[in-house]
Design a protein around this ligand. Structure first.
Ligand code: ATP
Ligand code: GCO
Length: 169
């Protein structure tokens, strides 16, 4: 890496942002932050009660996420849903060099992963997560990676995309 990478590992609930993000951060020797820990309590309560977040809930939280990313002058990895392009724009408005990794997992596997873990997010919210999802565009800095292998292999795919980033985007 020529410059400190500010990496946002994005995707719907259950796509592996926490697991893959933490392993990527460890490999790159960067701090890891889970944006779930930055949600205000009312956002967590809303999701736990089975109601999807809306823009009014997400935008102020995204500002906090982006400020946290920007604060890390030597780079960081943040796991953050950033489902829609306008959410990623909101992050880029504060942290313009954010580089996004979209974790792609098919719906069936997402449902399986969400039902076999302990988490505040009910699997009933999966469809709303997928409705909100806008895939990373070709014009957005970052890469889409399928999270369908062992975490170490997936992290390796991300590292390869990161190394190639200057020639790609
Ligand atoms: N490559 C993988 N292979 C097998 N299981 C995985 C893989 N990646 C993630 N998982 C599992 O899927 C579940 C969801 O992963 P994780 O909690 O990291 O997702 P997440 O995107 O952070 O979810 P949320 O945003 O809801 O917190 C966990 O039980 C995790 O262990
Ligand atoms: O934008 C959102 O709806 C939220 O950030 C959710 O995606 C979660 O916080 C997370 O995925 C919980 O499981």
């Amino acid at each position: 890496m020529k410059t400190a990478p500010r990496i946002v590992v994005m995707g719907p609930a259950g796509s592996g942002k926490s697991v893959i993000g933490a392993e990527l951060a460890q490999l790159l020797g960067l701090p890891f932050v889970d944006a779930d820990d930055l949600h205000p309590a009312q956002n967590v309560a809303k999701m736990a009660a089975g109601t999807p977040l809306d823009d009014d809930d997400r935008m102020p939280w995204l500002d906090v996420v982006a400020a946290e990313l920007r604060r890390h002058a030597d780079g960081a990895v943040i796991a953050c849903s950033a489902l829609a392009r306008r959410y990623r724009d909101r992050i880029r408005a504060i942290s313009p060099d954010a580089w996004f990794v979209e974790l792609r997992v098919d719906r069936g596997e997402l449902a399986r992963r969400m039902t076999t873990r302990e988490h505040f997010m009910p699997s009933s919210l999966l469809d709303s997560q997928l409705d909100a999802l806008e895939h990373l565009g070709d014009d957005e800095a970052g890469a889409a990676v399928v999270n369908d292998a062992e975490p170490a292999e997936v992290v390796d795919r991300i590292r390869a995309a990161l190394s190639a980033r200057q020639s790609l985007r």
